[in-house]
Write a protein that binds this ligand. Sequence first.
Ligand SMILES: CC(C)(COP(=O)(O)OP(=O)(O)OC[C@H]1O[C@@H](n2cnc3c(N)ncnc32)[C@H](O)[C@@H]1OP(=O)(O)O)[C@@H](O)C(=O)NCCC(=O)NCCS
Length: 153
Amino acid sequence: MTAREPIRIRGAEIRDLDLLLQLEEDAFPGDRLGLRDMRHAIRSPTILTLVAERKGTLAGYVFVQVRRGSTLGRLTSVAVTRDAAGQGVGRALVAAAEGAAVAAGCDRMRLEVRADNDRAARLYEAGGYRMIGEVPDYYEDCEAARHYEKRLG
Ligand SMILES: CC(C)(COP(=O)(O)OP(=O)(O)OC[C@H]1O[C@@H](n2cnc3c(N)ncnc32)[C@H](O)[C@@H]1OP(=O)(O)O)[C@@H](O)C(=O)NCCC(=O)NCCS
């Protein structure tokens, strides 16, 4: 896989489930989404699920939760395969998630990041997110969560 290969982003489908679960297992040591969560996300009208493909291979996914009557979108998860890491797929997924949230009527996006996840924090900060708070003991292993927000559009 080279950095020149174009990234294609599309809506997730049920046929992506196995690869999404594998990616989830590789990307997160704990607090993972399971089969039922993933299936629900793909089918739900209020969760926008996008996958990135390079050369027809699944390279990452992003989930955004939107609610009728609310202009706040929540980016609940993003992950990129190890093969595709560091080549702009994460950035492309976040940008696509923002576009999808705007199309669904959102003007702000919020998300949570583990306080020890520097890589993800850099991705969001470079993309214009600002930290708006920190919640201690948020994750399974008691790590804190940092809350970020970005104004869209
Ligand atoms: C966080 C994650 C999604 C980033 O995806 P990615 O495709 O590797 O990121 P990109 O290539 O788009 O890089 C975007 C920015 O992220 C940061 N970044 C990417 N790779 C990095 C690395 N190896 N070290 C430090 N920062 C890095 C940089 O700021 C980069 O911007 P730049 O290229 O202008 O320097 C990916 O590492 C991942 O799946 N991690 C495991 C799951 C996870 O932690 N998800 C976030 C939950 S909140």
